[in-house]
Ligand binder design. Structure first.
Ligand code: AMP
Ligand code: ZN
Length: 663
């Protein structure tokens, strides 16, 4: 009995020491004492397997091996952040905010930690799941690895909610990065490039023992969940800290954009004293009700803004220019540079965008150019060091012919990009279109990857995506075995894609300017490819969010005989080219012609569900009240000035219940 009590006591004690050391940065015992106690606990736990506890400090050393990380859909999407670079950007943002919320706006300013984002789920005070951001919609389950990070509490203290998600950044502090690299160099291995990539790479290691060895830290910055009872972002941070999370205490409440800029300027200098990398400031509307009012765009919350510190620059030699041909035939000039280190990575190439950009910069082969890396992956050339220009250098003559198929290039009036018009005979276009068709957000064909597509095209087995449906395992088996894991898988994957919904197929067709969202709109509106193919320019333009450019592109696509043939073949093979019965039955036109403003917090449905309901019943959601608004659907906490505006324009305000009764 005594031994069992000893186990509980040691677990409690060691957790406390962990917290003091890794979260508070105030060690309460020596490392040696800690190790002795940990060994004691390990020995005792061996004798009492029935007392297994997933939050025991002994589990911090890792041991679990994950072969394949399970992909899990985020309960709440992990968004990215909008970026700003100047006072003007922030002021513009504030103007937008003022149009959408009432009352004074206070901002919570935090540092933007540069690592890998993570979302942790706690239930009953215990860590139950850790997901990477992935594509924002779904991430990888890396729980076993995250448990080895000592500043991640396995068990919470205080008055935490029963279930919630908390988000933060996994960073590798400079000191740990240095130690890891010293070991690498001592072992004669290539050192790691920068802390951020090492941190995110660490999360995906298969052996958690290896992760435990890396001195990673987890810094938290937001609590997600509807009923936490917390009212401001600042309180969110304080609460999280009280439950045992590591929350840096640099956050500050600012009442004006000027105060925000003061915070930015201070940290632009002092960030170099921090133990880890930061790449900017994150400014958040402090009041969570105001946040709920503001909501999200397709990419980012409207209530937050990143302010990026000035990007780093270097100068290097422009060796030559090459040209890439995209799936739509668009030509992109690429600068090939003398490799140079920039912000921790080696840069060899930079995008030059188009002919105009080359003209504007007047870059020439052999020039020393300034290269800058902001948040984007591909660095850009921002200027030429004219003092180092060689005498007699020539202006760059842009290509007239496609580098892949030698067709003369065309450039439409008003467009910056040159195009190769040979869409049926230019190999990167043929391959690119099929690669797009099979990509994850389109048909998502399992067993078939981008390289295999190129292989199949080059072997003459397919020329367009409709050909995929005629592929047989026999044909594929003869190809490079290394590249094609299993012919059967591939064929089955292609067959399974016949279940994919119309909107995704429509996106997969690769009509220029028809992205994911536009495809959804078009699918909903026209309901079948047949109706869409017969649509006129004028008709298309009446569809919500469809402008001339998209309308013209759709009409042009269906004017092309080859496309019509391809689509007819897809129909023949059984690919979904109309809305399913189910999708149709969820759609009505009951709200057609009506425009709604949604404001406040709702009880039976979430704000997003409410908007979805309006949308799928033919109504339109708009963000601000005008004379054209038909109804304001109001929940709790609707702002007083919205109410006044609605009243003065005589726009009826209805409750959630009244709205639902309309359907
Ligand atoms: P970006 O990836 O540039 O769109 O920036 C968004 C990312 O910034 C988020 O996914 C977070 O991982 C990260 N981030 C770092 N610090 C913070 C912070 N204090 N608040 C919110 N996001 C942060
Ligand atoms: Zn071409």
């Amino acid at each position: 009995m005594k031994e069992k009590e000893q186990i509980f006591k040691l677990r409690e004690e060691l957790s406390q020491h962990n917290h003091s050391y890794y979260v508070l940065d105030e060690p309460s015992i020596t490392d040696f004492e800690f190790d002795v106690k940990l060994k004691q606990l390990q020995a005792l736990e061996l004798n009492y397997p029935e007392l297994y506890d997933a939050s025991s400090p002994t589990l911090r050393v890792g041991g679990e091996v994950t072969k394949n990380f399970e992909t899990i859909v985020h309960a709440q999407r992990m968004y990215s952040l909008d970026n700003s670079y100047s006072k003007e950007d922030l002021m513009d943002w504030e103007v937008r905010l003022r149009k959408m919320v009432d009352g004074p706006i206070a901002y919570a300013c935090e540092l933007k930690y540069d690592g890998a984002s993570i979302s942790l789920t706690y239930e009953n005070g215990l860590l139950v799941q850790a997901l990477t951001r992935g594509d924002g919609t779904q991430g990888d389950n890396v729980t076993a690895n995250i448990k080895t990070i000592k500043s991640v509490p396995l068990k919470l203290q205080g008055d935490y909610p029963y279930k919630f998600e908390i988000r933060g950044e996994i960073v590798l502090p400079f000191s740990g990065f240095k130690t890891l690299n010293e070991e690498k160099i001592a072992a004669g291995e290539e050192p790691y490039k920068n802390p951020r990539n090492t941190a995110s790479g660490s999360l995906k290691l298969q052996n958690s023992v290896e992760v435990a060895r890396r001195p990673l830290e987890c810094l938290l910055y937001s609590i997600v969940g509807e009923n936490t009872g917390i009212q401001t972002q600042f309180d969110n941070l304080e609460k999280a800290r009280s439950w045992g999370f590591k929350v840096p205490n640099v956050a500050k409440i600012c009442d004006s954009i000027d105060d925000v800029l003061e915070f930015v300027n201070y940290w632009d200098v002092h960030r170099h004293e921090l133990p880890y990398e930061t790449d900017g400031i994150v400014v958040k509307v402090n009041n969570l009700f105001q946040q709920a009012e503001l909501g999200f765009t397709a990419k980012a919350p409207r209530w937050a803004m990143a302010y990026k510190f000035k990007a780093e620059q270097v100068s290097t030699l422009l060796e030559h220019i090459s040209y890439q041909v995209g799936r739509t035939g668009a030509i992109t000039p690429v600068a090939n540079l003398l490799p140079v280190e920039l912000a921790g990575t080696i840069v060899k190439r930079a995008s030059l965008h188009n002919a105009d950009q080359i003209d504007k910069l007047d870059v020439r082969i052999g020039d020393w150019v300034y290269v800058e890396k902001g948040g984007e992956i591909i660095p850009k050339i921002i200027g030429v060091d004219l003092s180092r220009r060689k005498q007699g250098s020539d202006k760059i003559v842009y290509i007239n012919y496609c580098t892949e198929c030698e067709s003369p290039l065309v450039r439409k009036k008003g467009e910056a990009q040159h195009y190769c018009p040979n869409d049926m005979g230019c190999s990167p276009q043929i391959i690119g279109r099929i690669q797009h068709y099979i990509s994850r957000k389109a048909l998502d064909i399992e067993g078939l990857g981008g390289e295999t597509v190129a292989l199949l095209v080059n072997a003459g087995l397919i020329r367009d995506y409709a050909d995929l449906y005629e592929l047989t395992a026999d044909q594929i088996i003869h190809l490079d075995r290394m590249a094609i894991k299993s012919a059967d898988n591939l064929v089955n994957g292609v067959q399974a894609s016949k279940e994919v919904s119309f909107e995704r197929v429509l996106f997969g067709l690769g009509i220029r300017y028809v992205g994911e969202t536009v495809a959804k709109k078009l699918a909903k509106h026209y309901k079948s490819i047949k109706a869409l193919s017969e649509a006129t320019l004028e008709g298309l333009e009446t569809v919500d969010e469809i402008g001339v450019k998209i309308a013209e592109s759709v009409v042009a696509f269906f004017k092309n005989e080859a496309n019509i043939r391809m689509v007819s073949r897809l129909i023949l093979y059984g690919v979904q080219l109309e809305l399913s019965e189910e999708a149709l039955s969820n759609q009505t036109t009951q709200l057609q012609g009506l425009r709604f403003v949604v404001s406040g917090i709702f009880e039976t449905v979430s704000r997003d569900e409410l908007k979805e309901l309006i949308d799928s019943n033919g109504g339109k959601v708009v963000s601000s009240i005008s004379a054209k608004t038909s109804f304001v659907v109001s929940g709790a906490n609707m702002g007083p000035s919205k109410r006044t505006k609605a009243d003065s324009l005589k726009v009826p305000i209805i409750s959630e219940k009244e709205f639902l009764e309309m359907l």
